[in-house]
Design a protein. Structure first.
Length: 346
């Protein structure tokens, strides 16, 4: 496939992760021909990104789009976090699970060779003291996490024929992007440290979270497009990240405090304990993937990247904090009567 044009469809390419993935793949796969598919809910936040071939549509309308032309599909489109998923449960199930299964069925029917699904480490859900690997019991606590588990189950059940499926279980994403989000823990903390000189932790700070830079996510996606079949492990559902990037939330804040001087950190000890807490092992990915695809962004490097990016772009620093929260932007579109509660354009 590398000797001819690789035609790739990226769903959700105008979100937080998509532009980083697209820019990365254009550099790494010289004959890549990329088409994006996105509803473009978050256009107000997008800077310095222009995709030549773009479809503006809802992933739920995928049957209208011919997939015969594509060698690979990178499926990022989703209701992207727990607050939105909890408020719009039906839409989350509709988009993250039902539309995703239709997309996979259409991909198989049209002989798409590679299908890469952005899954999540949030499927492990609850910290029982063990470090989670691919054989651990999943314990999804939210509609978002359940949608990821259910899609993986579907992919294992259906006849994939000649379509190779990779479900990448990503940690909490972080780092600079042409479409920045601040409803992600590290991004939130660094922005607050720079702009407000304080980090306010809404929980008691004890939950564990693994983190991954968006550029390292892009590397794992490149590996998925190039990997060979692994017998008895197809579809491949695998944790992607660095073992050293598992942190308690409070420790993330304290790392930032060391790097950005003169800030305060507070926790909310009265807040109900956040049950979403998990440490994850990434040993299998680090064994399977060649070293050039391994994550390289440590927490210190992530903080440096965010600090530089936020300070560099005046439009990021000067906009209101909540404008980079996906739930806020979705609610604004509903209030403006532009989309309905099923998250469809009117």
């Amino acid at each position: 496939m590398e000797n001819k044009k690789m035609k790739i469809l990226i769903t959700g390419n105008l979100g937080y992760v998509g532009p980083v993935v697209e820019n990365y793949l254009i550099k790494k796969i010289k004959k890549a021909q990329i088409t994006g598919l996105d509803t473009f809910f978050f256009k107000n936040n997008l800077v310095n990104f222009n995709n030549k071939t773009q479809i503006y549509d809802d992933i739920r309308n995928i049957k209208k789009i011919s997939l015969k032309q594509f060698d690979a599909i990178i499926h990022l489109a989703a209701v992207s976090n727990d607050p939105i998923g909890n408020k719009f449960e039906n839409a989350t199930k509709n988009i993250n699970y039902e539309a995703s299964t239709i997309l996979l069925k259409e991909a198989i029917k049209n002989n798409v060779k590679k299908f890469v699904f952005a899954s999540s480490c949030s499927i492990y859900g609850f910290n029982d003291g063990s470090i989670k690997n691919e054989n651990s019991t999943v314990y999804p606590l939210t509609e978002y996490a359940r949608s990821k588990v259910n899609f993986e189950k579907f992919a294992k059940k259906i006849n994939l024929k000649k379509t190779q499926v990779t479900c990448l279980r990503f940690p909490t994403a972080c780092g600079m992007s042409p479409n920045l989000r601040l409803d992600l823990v590290i991004n939130d903390f660094v922005f607050s440290a720079i702009n407000k000189k304080k980090i306010k932790i809404l929980s008691d700070g004890t939950p564990w979270r693994p983190i991954i830079h968006v550029k390292d996510m892009a590397k794992a996606i490149e590996w998925s497009l190039k990997r060979k079949n692994i017998k008895k492990s197809e579809p491949l559902c695998i944790n992607v990240g660095l073992n050293t990037n598992n942190f308690k939330v409070i420790d993330m804040a304290l790392k930032i405090k060391k790097k950005i001087k003169g800030i305060s950190v507070s926790v909310n000890k009265k807040k109900m304990i956040d049950k979403r807490s998990y440490q994850v092992s990434f040993d299998w990915f680090l064994k399977l993937a060649p070293k050039k695809f391994h994550p390289t962004y440590t927490i210190d490097k992530i903080i440096t990247d965010l600090t530089f990016g936020i300070k560099k772009y005046e439009n990021v620093r000067n906009r209101k904090f909540h404008e980079y929260f996906r739930l806020h932007e979705i609610q604004k579109l509903i209030d403006q009567n532009k989309i309905n509660k099923l998250l469809r354009w009117k």
